[in-house]
Design a binder for this molecule. Structure first.
Ligand code: GLN
Length: 498
């Protein structure tokens, strides 16, 4: 089945004219129609347009770009002109009003493209549509989506992770060749690890956020989820780099990531942070990650222990800063600038209140409340300002550690994919799932997740590597060497049987 190919494999066949982009796109569409009903990973299908684009690429006949004619899905927060994009929130879906006065309206349709989808289009990639996410990317399980949960392809009674759970599931289930996600506090790495695929969060400012719905602007990044590290290198190279439309992107030139991939780790110094191997870490996850460190050693790496002492404050700090920024970013959804319209408001305040109470789900409301509280006069110094200071200390932890090592190796998540509903009524338990993925975002450093094993129950386990800012090349090269020495990434979930 063509949709099972990696980007590299498909590109080779396209270039040799063994297959057409139309055939490849059709294979993905067929796969979605056949199995997505079991997963609920796709929330918008743009198939007619995708086939039209594929035919154009076939006619043009130039497959010089490694992404020419390659079909992908984008998380439902990436703007594409004319394509419904809802952040998986009722706020932008305009469902019927609870009082029955108003029928369902239209989903929000962006009038412009995000820089990333625009760059992919220029490289010839084919957009198939949108994938499920937690509402406005707030969550770790895709359960807060207004479209309902995405199921894990390895075990459909479990979550695919979040918030980019839909993007991880479509790649793991071979419904496309790659997908786009966003990572504010782990949302690319954690679902990648729960679904046994590769995902990279780049340095803050390496990729453009223009045209992607914001959650917490000083932490948000965008990036790819792929079937192999080589594919990650190809996609990142196409989307990274300075964007005049996003002032937070850096001027650093984008290296040839793909060309720099190496198969060994000779002389690479890798640190294992003591603070990531703690009580509460699932023993099977720990064993797989330690085994991965041993594989790195056998490939020539020098493995030592490092310390990141402020790690224990990471979740608490993130869950002050993130909601503060959320409370500000969500202000635009007032029913006038953005967001759904309510019927017969009594006055302006009633209009705002009803728009926001009908449009937002409970997790978004919780974060708006926490953020507004932490930013209010009298509490600002005690919470927001304090958290900013701790953020600096967390960043210094990494600066210090990277003086002695080139990379840091750790688990992605303390557990394997959990059962649907297991954490839904306990926000603290859900937040604690992020314990290993939020420190890096506050330091703005790049990190990657690659498959490193399975539990006895057959659930995927992910390995996390971290590098200093702007060192995505180092990260990809090391992850590639590890991947080439192991077989984990080759395993595929069996979905067709049930
Ligand atoms: N799970 C984290 C949160 O809920 C991360 C979300 C994300 O990265 N978008 O905030």
């Amino acid at each position: 089945m063509l949709s099972f190919l990696t980007i590299t494999q498909a590109h080779d066949k396209l270039k040799k004219r063994e297959i057409s982009s139309e055939e490849l796109t059709r294979a993905c569409i067929d796969r979605v129609e056949k199995i997505d009903g079991k997963l609920n990973a796709v929330v918008y299908k743009n198939f007619d347009r995708a086939l039209e684009e594929a035919r154009k690429i076939d006619t043009a006949g130039t497959f010089d770009s490694p992404l020419a004619g390659i079909p992908y899905f984008a998380k439902d927060v990436y703007s594409e002109a004319g394509v419904p994009t809802t952040g998986c929130s009722n706020m932008l879906r305009n469902p019927p009003s609870p009082d029955g006065l108003r029928a369902a309206g239209k989903d929000y349709i962006p009038p412009y493209d995000s820089t990333t989808t625009k760059r992919l289009k220029a490289a010839g990639a084919i957009s198939l549509g949108k994938t499920n996410t937690d509402e406005f990317t707030m969550g770790a399980s895709t359960e807060t989506s207004c479209y309902g949960v995405t199921r894990n392809p390895w075990d459909t009674s479990r979550v695919a992770g979040g918030s980019s759970g839909g993007s991880a599931a479509v790649v793991a289930a071979d419904e496309c060749l790659f997908a786009l996600g966003t990572d504010t506090g782990g949302s690319i790495r954690q679902p990648a690890s729960f679904c046994s695929i590769a995902g990279i969060r780049s340095t803050y400012g390496r990729t453009s956020r223009y045209g992607v719905m914001s959650m917490a602007s000083s932490l948000d990044t965008i990036g790819p989820l792929c079937k192999s590290v080589e594919d990650l290198a190809i996609v990142l190279e196409a989307i990274a780099g300075k964007d005049p439309l996003d002032g937070t992107t850096g001027d650093h030139p984008v290296p040839n990531y793909h060309g720099a991939l190496k198969k060994d780790l000779k002389g690479v110094r890798i640190g294992l942070p003591k603070e990531y191997f703690i009580e509460g870490l699932n023993t099977e996850v720990e064993a797989s990650v330690r085994k991965a460190a041993a594989v790195c050693k056998s490939l020539g790496a020098l493995v030592t222990e490092v310390h990141l002492p402020y790690t224990k404050y990471a979740v608490a700090t993130y869950y002050v800063l993130c909601p503060c920024e959320v409370s500000s970013n969500m202000a635009r959804y007032d029913g006038i600038r953005f967001g759904h319209t309510v019927e017969k408001p009594k006055d302006l305040l009633d209009y705002y209140q009803r728009t926001r109470s009908e449009g937002f789900g409970p997790e978004v409301k919780r974060r708006i409340m926490i953020g507004t509280f932490a930013l209010s006069a009298g509490y600002y110094d005690a919470y927001y300002l304090k958290a900013q200071k701790v953020r600096t200390l967390i960043k210094k932890d990494f600066d210090e550690a990277f003086r002695g090592v080139d990379l840091i190796l750790a688990p992605v998540s303390p557990n394997t994919a959990f059962k649907i509903g297991a954490n839904s009524n306990d926000p603290i338990a859900m937040y604690l799932e992020d314990v290993f993925t939020v420190a890096q975002v506050m330091a703005g450093i790049p990190c990657i997740s690659v498959p490193c094993g399975f539990s006895k129950e057959g659930l995927p386990i992910g390995l996390q590597l971290m590098a200093p800012q702007w060192e995505e090349g180092r990260l990809l090269s090391a992850a590639y060497a590890y991947e080439q020495a192991t077989e984990w990434h080759k395993k595929r979930p069996v979905l067709d049987r049930a």
